[in-house]
Design a protein around this ligand. Structure first.
Ligand SMILES: [Zn+2]
Length: 152
């Protein structure tokens, strides 16, 4: 096992390796590969997705073992700039941020679920946190001051 690792290290010395574009390409190719399995019923679409994923993997590997560092770096910068422009133009960045905010909130609720109840205000849907075990409580929404009762 050490020998293989040593050989791999010798092989990789002076080669470009993985950068951001490499990760995007690998992830994209894997996604295409999975989609080609999911769409295996439609043979035309399946071979198209499969071929694209092979090209993607091929290019990913080509970049990893490449010795032309300056060209790969330039490629990476261009691709990342294009991706960020694309994200802004299509509002993907906004949706992604919104998703992250939602995800963080869900994770917080999940980690505190033993100690707190979470309610949403019937009027404005603001999330309200109440310690558990307080019996029936009247809650006033901090945002819109709507009053409602809950068992905490
Ligand atoms: Zn409210």
């Amino acid at each position: 096992m050490d020998q293989i690792r040593e050989r791999l290290r010798a092989f990789m010395s002076g080669r470009y390796g993985v950068d951001e574009l490499g990760r995007v390409l690998a992830g994209g190719s894997l996604t295409l590969m999975i989609l080609s399995v999911l769409f295996s019923k439609y043979s035309g679409l399946r071979s198209l997705l499969y071929t694209l994923s092979l090209i993607g993997f091929g290019y990913t590997i080509y970049r990893i073992v490449s010795t032309d560092f300056s060209k790969r770096r330039e490629e990476n910068q261009k691709a990342m700039r294009w991706l960020s422009d694309f994200g802004q133009k299509t509002n993907l960045t906004k949706y992604w941020e919104r998703f992250q905010r939602w995800f963080q909130r869900e994770r917080r609720i999940f980690s505190q679920r033993k100690d707190y109840h979470f309610y949403s205000c019937p009027n404005c849907h603001q999330t309200i946190r109440m310690p558990r075990g307080k019996g029936r409580v009247e809650i006033t929404c901090p945002r819109c001051h709507e009053k409602f009762t809950k068992d905490a």
